[in-house]
Design a binder for this molecule. Structure first.
Ligand SMILES: *[C@@H]1O[C@H](CO)[C@@H](O)[C@H](O)[C@H]1NC(C)=O
Ligand SMILES: *[C@@H]1O[C@H](CO)[C@@H](O)[C@H](O)[C@H]1NC(C)=O
Length: 162
């Protein structure tokens, strides 16, 4: 009886499963790539017990207009994926779901919303850093010049007084 139940459970585990959604869905926004977000998650069941495949969808916050990552990109038992060609400087919502890699059973529910903002456009970022790079020494030299002319004035005034 126990053996029967155990094999039944194994069967249930291997086939007709609808697992929990992937857990710990997390997004990393990488400053150097303004159009990408690195999504990571954890298998809801250890992969030695059940191998899963994944689905990822994303949209900008509030739009509800989901884009799905091509399923063949997340067919293998992975725990991270880099979304590409996103809009820079926008808040994005990401959800992940999973199912047995063979396609038997059902998709899990989608994971809860996880949001992250893509970095600012890197060209804009580059431009502003160039501007900072150029203006900082300029400001410093203006200040230095200013100090020097103040010194000159003071010196001139003092020399005259003497
Ligand atoms: C999750 O995000 C989508 C897209 O922005 C939105 O339509 C939905 O209401 C959100 N769900 C929750 C529970 O906040
Ligand atoms: C998934 O399919 C698309 C087009 O069907 C292809 O361009 C892409 O390289 C495939 N990805 C993988 C990981 O096989």
């Amino acid at each position: 009886m126990i053996i029967f139940l155990q094999s039944l459970m194994v069967c249930v585990t291997f086939f007709a499963v609808k697992t929990n959604p992937p857990s710990d869905v997390n997004i990393i926004s990488e400053n150097t790539f303004s159009r990408t977000l690195l999504v990571s998650w954890k298998h809801p069941i250890h992969e030695t017990i059940v191998k899963l495949k994944y689905n990822i969808r994303f949209c900008t916050v509030g739009s509800g207009d989901w884009t799905e990552v091509p399923p063949n990109d997340t067919e293998s038992s992975k725990e991270s994926f880099r979304l590409q060609n996103l809009k820079p400087d926008m808040e994005h919502v990401v959800q992940v779901r999973c199912m047995h890699y063979t396609g038997y059973g059902y998709w899990s529910d989608w994971s809860a919303n996880t949001t992250a903002r893509t970095p600012e456009d890197s060209e804009k970022y580059l431009r502003s850093s160039i501007i900072t790079c150029l203006t900082a020494p300029l400001l410093t030299s203006i200040l230095a010049l200013g100090q020097r002319s103040m010194l000159t004035i003071i010196t001139t005034v003092t020399t005259r007084e003497v």
